[in-house]
Design a binder for this molecule. Sequence first.
Ligand code: 475
Length: 842
Amino acid sequence: IPARSRGALRVSAVAEAERTATSSSPAPTGDITNKLKYLFGKEAAETPKDAYHGTAWSVRERLIDSFDKTHEHWKKEDPKFIYYLSAEFLMGRSLTNTVYNLGLEGEYADALRQLGYDMEKVADAERDAALGNGGLGRLAACFLDSIATLDLPGWGYGIRYKYGMFKQVLKNGYQAEQPDIWLTSGNPWEIRRDGLRFEVGFGGRVERKKDGNKEVTVWTPSEKVWAQAYDNPIPGFSTPTTSNLRLWDAQPISEFDLGAFNAGDYDRAMLDRERAEAISAVLYPNDSTPEGKELRLKQQYFFVCASLQDVLSRFKATHGTKFELLPDKACFQLNDTHPTIAVAELMRLLVDVEGLDWDAAWTITTKCLNYTNHTVMPEALEKWPVKVMAKMLPRHMEIIEVINEGWTKWLGGHLKELKAEERAKRISAMSIIHENPWNKEEMLVNMAYLAVVGSSAVNGVAAIHSNIVKDEILNDFYQIFPSKFQNKTNGVTPRRWLAWCNPELASLITETLGSNEWINDTEKLSALRAHASDPTFQKKWAAVKHAKKEKLAALIKKIHGDSVNTNALFDIQIKRIHEYKRQYLNVLSIIWRYKQLKKMTPEQRKKAVPRVCLIGGKAASAYDMAKRIIRLVTAVGDVINKDPETKDLLSLYFLPDYNVTLAETIIPAAELSQHISTAGTEASGTSNMKFQMNGCLIIGTWDGANIEIAEETGVDNVFVFGVRADEINQLRKERKNFKTDPRWDEIMKDIEGGMFGDKDYFKPLVDSVNNMKVGNDWFLVANDFAAYLDAQEEVDKVYKDQSEWLRRSIMYTAGSGKFSSDRTIREYAEDIWHVKPSRPAA
Ligand code: 475
């Protein structure tokens, strides 16, 4: 019996047997070959890719059956729906997840075996759907898994980018970007909904007209495109519910200008098509910094407009024009400010198109919308120039002006106790439309302010972050509407991030706990605590980790051609490259470690803890400093990996093109993971939760969800170091008095002196942290350096005591119950959305 069919999957295997007994679906083997023959013109699966295509198109039909049943059920029941509006969904691969969530793994694994294939190899032929940058996009994907698994009526809405997150390659150690062409072989996981499309307009003019005695506003856009719907079914686990991610593709209204073509103007003939298709062509590759480009606003409005029209048209089909019922039937979660134009668009649809009066429309709008903030980076708070907005969305700009007038007037009344001058100051500070502080000529629309004013609830994504949102970022608003502000600590799906990516550990857990119920109820993992110090259990636990390390080592060998020491501590930092995430701090400590090893005698070296350090992540293409950090990693790696004296004791590899699939191999193999952002800068982090679930120890700052992870795991089990969030402001002010550590000075000299080559290229990096004048070393790398080295020393000490290390490792998994996205979604459903489960019959 293959490992995957045992243990962890026992319960679903039973469900599967029951399902096959009653199912009318064809036997997978024949179906897979049929799909290959009739869809791909192939007589047999000659390659894993063929086998993947046949399998995926076969599984797709099961998925559609389940999708249809769910949606028939919901149509009949008419429950309240949650719509998750997000510019990004970082889904990764679908085959394994679908097969496992639907409980079909045994059936398809057997079928593939008969065809001479192994499921894992076949799954490997799938390309990632990388329609997101990082944290916020992957969170949206985890949320969809939980929404379906909890039977909550809900959909995701987003953009069907033709090119997702760029592919990162290394050229001589520098990042280079290549387009992500992911749709070329067709996408079995989507259904194009023929005829389901909405018009989306841009630009043009706004006029008042008389309709009887009523004055109506008519917007005549100068440019129009179709938003064409593509549905991506989202299977829940261990439930008949299959929910939906509806993505919009931009298409031209007129196929092609035959007149222009006939006149010989071929370029003009294609112009409309190109302009339209550009809207959903590319994902902006920025994480935590907004892209102030017009096309970005166009993308945002495009998907919001189509999604709202879609929801309203379904609402009208059942409830006609009783829009006062809308808040009982639909609510929207704005994933960061990217979909915030929804505030103005819902107003436009209700007032201009449906004819509601302004106040009624405003009540409905604010009841339906909620906003999540995902970042504290001040530069990331989106602001659109009024000029840009007025040109592209003239009616929306007017609506925002009216909203702002109403809001500031209301605020004036609310603050009437204040002295006139103070009151004026407060109002101007909270105005949705305000001056650009860097350019007094320019007026800006502050999207976060619009989101707060237009929403019922506003939340941060970890306890500390929600406090920062209340006390700093949106403090003015918090003072006015304290009850709007909430915390919803992030979570990750335990299906993809433990059960499916680490079936060996999942089996061990299921065997130990006596059932696999933990997959739906991660609080049950806490029962592992009783086994944490049991040597027999520890041995089994260690064996799983070792097997996963071997697998990762094989991948490193494939990428870099080197064999790494699998008895070494696997030390990992994977996330977007950003100064605030401080990959730089990590590299500096690796340099220090290397220098120490070099000084040791052979005897001393025998006592050193060997480490394999891995760093992965993409730098936004225009983020120069982040690219220099990547180069520093590869340059340091080039030196130390070639040193025969130390290479078994220390190696450093950059893993290119970090993505969801790579994470699924890296995380189960990790023993130590790094979450070392400057305190107060990482809103939450979610990979920290994935590592924790997989029994990986954490070295981290008192930041984001690290804090809650430490509380659940036992603070003493976590390597916490560095300054706290409340010290940051003071420390930044005192930069010039800061005395750097002598070890730091030495390393800075090494880099400047060219120990790793490329010294000119690294100079800005050194300068950014090494000139202790006001404003420099903004992320306090130098400040935390000594404490970080101490914490790393503590890591070595504990690693030498393997039974203590393993005890902690087990305590991590045992303490991870809180960080299932099922918990997070339940909280959203109860506290914000007020949606209830509605499960179709099996
Ligand atoms: C946080 N992305 C993590 C995660 O809550 C947190 C911003 C602008 C434009 C495009 N993308 C963004 C983010 O701000 C983002 O992903 N933020 C991340 O959200 C989920 O766990 O700490 O950095």
